[in-house]
Design a protein around this ligand. Structure first.
Ligand SMILES: Nc1ncnc2c1ncn2[C@@H]1O[C@H](COP(=O)(O)OP(=O)(O)OP(=O)(O)O)[C@@H](O)[C@H]1O
Length: 277
């Protein structure tokens, strides 16, 4: 088989020379990312560096200004609405506020996508939902109402709901934010374990170096409008690059700017306010 064809077939998510932005504002340019089945991939970078923007491009919420984003071998920009819906059904997205339905109990929250998107029998629904709740350690919490569970448990219920349709690609937006150290470790191991048992791929957007390095196969680091580094956690840990060092060590001083960069739009706005550039 030619290497090009085999590499495209193994990639669940592929960014090729991608430029992303909003209106005239370019957030990231020249981005190449390859996410393969069975991998946990961490996307890291400072605040405002464009991590959420990458996630939006992966789901087709925004289209590249340049380059191609391919999910499951399909160019997202060329997909019509039906195709895009079909592609999204193969992705599980876990937002930071994995908003649960408070009027449904834990079981019904997880059952919701099955009832909404499939025709499976009630017996199948019970089996699949309990299986996914078991995977996140909450089988015996199925009957509880959302008001009866803790914040950490709610995250796990949202995770069970995100995986109930057995997605091939799971996208996590800041899965570790606001968790205590024990829940953090449990969540990281859960992400690794689910990726292995479902044989899917997981993409995490995160600031958490220790936890994501412990479970990731590949790490992509973005900043200064581009992809700054990518590789295995070990490769990045031993890098002498000042940006990588500053990020990994959480140092306040270094190449990562604290200040949001001034743009022509800001200068024009400031002048309209009577301020000095
Ligand atoms: N809808 C939008 N319209 C215009 N600009 C946007 C929009 N969303 C984000 N941006 C800008 O794009 C840049 C990247 O934002 P993004 O949310 O992707 O960063 P991030 O790395 O996820 O940040 P954080 O870690 O702080 O959540 C920022 O400068 C932000 O102001």
């Amino acid at each position: 088989m030619n290497p090009e064809a085999s590499s495209a077939a193994d990639s669940l998510l592929l960014f090729k020379d991608v430029t992303l932005g909003y209106g005239d504002f370019t957030v990231l340019a020249g981005i190449d990312i390859d996410v393969r089945r069975g991998q946990v991939v961490a996307m890291m970078g400072g605040s405002g560096s464009g991590k959420t923007t990458l996630l939006r491009a992966a789901t087709g919420q925004i289209l590249p200004k340049q380059g191609t984003v391919t999910a499951f071998g399909e160019n997202i920009a060329a997909a019509d609405n039906n195709k895009l819906r079909a592609l999204r059904q193969r992705m599980g997205v876990l937002f930071q506020q994995g908003a649960l339905f408070t009027d449904l109990n834990v079981f019904e929250n997880v059952a919701f996508p099955l009832r909404e998107h499939t025709q499976v029998s009630e017996a199948q629904i019970i089996e699949r939902v309990l299986d996914k709740l078991n995977a996140v350690g909450l089988r015996a919490a199925a009957h509880l109402s959302i008001s009866e569970i803790s914040g950490g448990m709610a995250r796990r219920v949202a995770l069970a709901r995100a995986i109930v349709l057995e997605p091939e690609l799971i996208l996590y937006d800041e899965p570790f934010a606001g968790l205590d150290p024990i829940s953090l470790g449990i969540t990281a191991q859960l992400i690794r374990g689910l990726t292995d048992t479902l044989n899917c791929a997981s993409v995490l957007i995160t600031h958490d170096v220790a936890e994501s390095f412990a479970i990731a196969d590949q790490v992509y680091m973005v900043g200064q409008g581009k992809l700054l580094a990518h590789g295995r956690p070990d490769d990045l840990s031993s890098s002498a690059d000042p940006y990588i060092r500053q990020f990994l060590n959480g140092e306040p001083d270094g190449p990562i700017a604290f200040h949001y960069p001034e743009t022509p739009a800001f200068t024009a706005w400031l002048q309209r306010q009577g301020g000095k550039p």
